[in-house]
Every structure is written in C-alpha cells, then in structure tokens.
Ligand binder design. Structure first.
Ligand code: ZN
Length: 71
C-alpha cells in the first residue's frame, strides 16, 4: 500500500490561470530522507492550493510511490 506523508513546507513558485508550480518539501516515509519535489498543478486544481491537496509522487531517493498531503 502506498504510504502517505504530510508536506513540511510548500512554496508556490508560479500561479496563474493556466496552472501552478509548487515546490514541496517532505520526509520520505520509506527512507526518511528529507527531500523535495517541484510539482505542476493543472488549471482546474489551482484553487486547491490554498485549501489543501494531495499529490502522487515518487521518492527521488528510494524510488517508492508515496502520496504527499499539503494542508
Ligand atoms: Zn524514499
């Protein structure tokens, strides 16, 4: 089962009507490495950035699937 983690920090890099890029920092629930991902968010989901969202990612260190929650 895919593990979940909560983002420790997030920074909106770009946000406009076409979408957004958000840098998310998190601790991998498998290898416990502090890492980060730059993710893109589609136009339809831009409103969710402020209210909270989750994103499927792959840990860049151990390569396992995880879900990052941004609250
Ligand atoms: Zn990992």
């Amino acid at each position: 089962m895919t593990k979940r983690t909560i983002a420790t920090n997030r920074e909106v890099i770009i946000k406009d009507e076409t979408g957004a890029m958000v840098n998310i920092d998190y601790t991998c629930p498998y290898c416990h490495y502090n890492t980060g991902e730059l993710i893109t968010i589609g136009a339809g989901d831009v409103d969710k950035i402020d209210s909270g969202f989750e994103t499927d990612q792959v840990c860049g260190v151990c390569g396992k699937d995880l879900i990052i929650e941004c609250r």
